[in-house]
Write a protein that binds this ligand. Structure first.
Ligand SMILES: [Zn+2]
Length: 414
């Protein structure tokens, strides 16, 4: 890279910089096709940029990634971010040509300005009624409550109400939804797992029967959160709750999103709830929300795919799921797994350690993992953008997570 002439200069003299709202004036297809939508039509990309806050830079003669990084990101060391964001546009030389429009990762004041792919229709939020939450009935007596991207459920029986999870973000909506459909009191609470975003309002239901997997009980004990009181009933493999003419079958498929994260089956309603595994319409969250076992997440998908159900409750995003959502999510995680496996096989680890200071194993390993992710990310984008929501957000990090899992978990069954 040639850097000698790269003194910081006002943008007006060397190219054009657009920040925030000004970026909306940039021809959208041209700007956003740069980094994240290799497979989408110009019209599709344009739709995602309306009102977006991306920052772009029109390159001038002599610009290099290092010089652009030094000018706009405060250090030339961040050229790799520019490369990642713009590599589709940069071509084989890895450097920009004059007049190219590059996406910048961050504005000068630190505000995020990354551009994102538009959500497909199946991932978009559904209309929220005036109550402020969605209440979905699932067969007889079983309900899901969704607001702000979080979901809980409850089962109404003649002997009382069983709530499944108690998210703090639904602290008002969940009791209000229960009051809307029954005058009966909550007598039981099932912890899907221990994560606070799903359970930290459990104490609000008072002195009820609380059911959880033994591993969840251990975590609750360790975390000492007054919002998550200890379970009163625990199980390790299976538990059947028969109450007031209704039935819930709880089972544990092994460590997955979290150790102790259970599958909750309402056979009469042909529904299953398993939290943080399948996100209906969406690509997975970052590292499946600190997954305890990535292979376990894939196995949980297998188990869900085998169930004879019509409705799936995933605990997040905007709607209930179907068998088809489970099938598509399973296909995605399997594809990510397979592509990562192929990239590992095609990437020789040794040379990366020769590029860094002798003995800096972390640095060598990071270069290697990033090279694996460089192979996986564009392939997954090409195949999945438009099929699932937010494929462009966490796929790279999930490829890194999967790569590490393949190396250290090394499952032989997948
Ligand atoms: Zn969780």
């Amino acid at each position: 890279m040639c850097e000698e002439e790269q003194q910081p200069q006002p943008p007006s003299r060397r190219g054009v910089l657009r920040w925030g709202a000004a970026a909306a004036a940039v021809p959208a297809a041209a700007s956003l096709a740069v980094a994240v939508w290799p497979s989408q039509s110009a019209a599709g990309a344009a739709a995602g940029t309306a009102g977006g806050g991306g920052a772009f830079y029109r390159t001038a003669r002599g610009d290099t990634l290092r010089s652009i990084s030094a000018r706009f990101l405060g250090t030339e060391q961040r050229w790799t971010e520019l490369y990642r964001l713009n590599r589709q546009e940069l071509g084989r030389s890895g450097e920009p040509r004059a007049g190219q429009q590059l996406v910048l990762p961050e504005s000068p004041d630190g505000a995020a300005t990354r551009g994102f792919a538009p959500l497909p229709a199946t991932a978009k939020p559904l209309p929220v009624p005036p109550e402020g939450y969605r209440l979905d009935r699932i067969g007889d007596n079983f309900y899901a409550v969704t607001a702000g991207g979080t979901q809980a459920a409850f089962l109404v029986t003649t002997a009382g109400v069983v709530v499944i999870d108690a998210p703090p973000s639904l602290a008002e909506a969940l009791p209000a939804a229960i009051r809307r459909v029954t005058g009966k009191k909550v007598t039981h609470l099932v912890y899907s797992h221990d994560h606070a975003d799903h359970t930290a309002n459990a104490s609000a239901f008072g002195d009820v029967v609380r059911i959880a997997h033994t591993a969840t009980a251990e975590r609750i004990k360790a975390n000492q959160d007054p919002g998550r009181p200890m379970p009163t009933v625990t199980f390790t493999d299976r538990y059947r709750l028969d109450l007031g003419g209704e039935r819930l079958l709880l089972s544990y498929p092994g460590a997955n999103h979290e150790t102790g994260n259970i599958l909750i089956h309402a056979p009469r309603q042909r529904a299953a709830m398993m939290v943080d595994v399948v996100m209906p319409g969406w690509a997975p969250f970052r590292a499946w929300g600190t997954a305890d076992s990535v292979p376990g997440v894939l196995r949980a998908h297998d188990q869900l795919a085998r169930m004879d159900i019509d409705t799936y409750i995933g605990g997040h995003v905007h709607r209930l799921g179907t068998k088809e959502d489970i099938k598509v999510s399973r296909e995605f995680v399997r594809d990510l797994w397979k592509e990562t496996s192929g990239a590992i096989a095609a990437t020789d680890m040794g040379p990366f350690f020769g590029k860094v200071e002798a003995g800096n194993n972390w640095a060598g390993f990071d270069l290697y993992l990033q090279a694996v992710a460089d192979k996986v990310e564009p392939v997954i984008h090409r195949k999945w953008l438009g099929r699932l929501g937010a494929v462009d957000v966490f796929t790279r990090e999930n490829a890194l997570t999967v790569a590490l899992s393949q190396i250290v978990d090394a499952p032989r069954d997948l």
